[in-house]
Design a protein around this ligand. Sequence first.
Ligand code: PRP
Ligand code: ORO
Length: 219
Amino acid sequence: MNETINSSYQQTFLRLAEQCQALRFGEFTLKSGRQSPYFFNAGQFTSGASLAALAACYVDALEDSGLHYDMLFGPAYKGIPLATAVAVELARRGSDVALCFNRKEPKHHGEGGQLIGAPLKGKVLIVDDVITAGTAVREAVGLIRNAGAEVCGLLIALDRQERGTTERSAAQELSLEQGIPVIAVARLQDLLAYTEQQPQLAGIRPALLAYRAQFGVAQ
Ligand SMILES: O=P(O)(O)OC[C@H]1O[C@H](OP(=O)(O)OP(=O)(O)O)[C@H](O)[C@@H]1O
Ligand SMILES: O=C(O)c1cc(=O)[nH]c(=O)[nH]1
């Protein structure tokens, strides 16, 4: 089957991720316990310039969506630098947006607590790296709702388009069951299209397609 990549920020992001070795192919155990032939490691954006380039891809996708939001939330850990980089890129484009993030372990001394940054209020956009089975996002949604704010969307670099707790993908569950739209810079289908265009990646396609057949959803 021929897939097509339909926007330039998707191409830019996938090229950048490959250059930074944030996209790796091999054998990886995921948070869900699934064994995956590929992994997106946002921790590989290790310089200011690469994070700035990544943030520009996020904000291009966000602007493309037309979503309205009041503030950003970055879930620990990798969501923290990502949401921060997105906030800086938004400010560079003229929009100064508040930012909040969390600690995985609540702090019991000093200022204490689990949340850092602006108080959670209004429409909150979660910024994270990747969605697989949706566990991390469900935790973030709980934190935000417990604080009395509304989750208005999820902005991620990569939607792996895998089943969540039902036959739907985790992203479909969020949008159809909870009314939370998911904005992804790229999805597994874009990665598959990208591997078709890159001769050096041709060899990993069979493993990606087999993994999608096992854990993916019909689009
Ligand atoms: O959709 P899911 O099945 O929850 O999987 C995706 C999540 O897993 C990772 O978080 P993790 O807490 O492992 O990583 P981090 O502490 O490195 O951010 C990743 O950063 C996503 O947030
Ligand atoms: O599902 C995960 O745990 C996961 C997948 C992936 O591609 N990258 C990541 O950081 N976590």
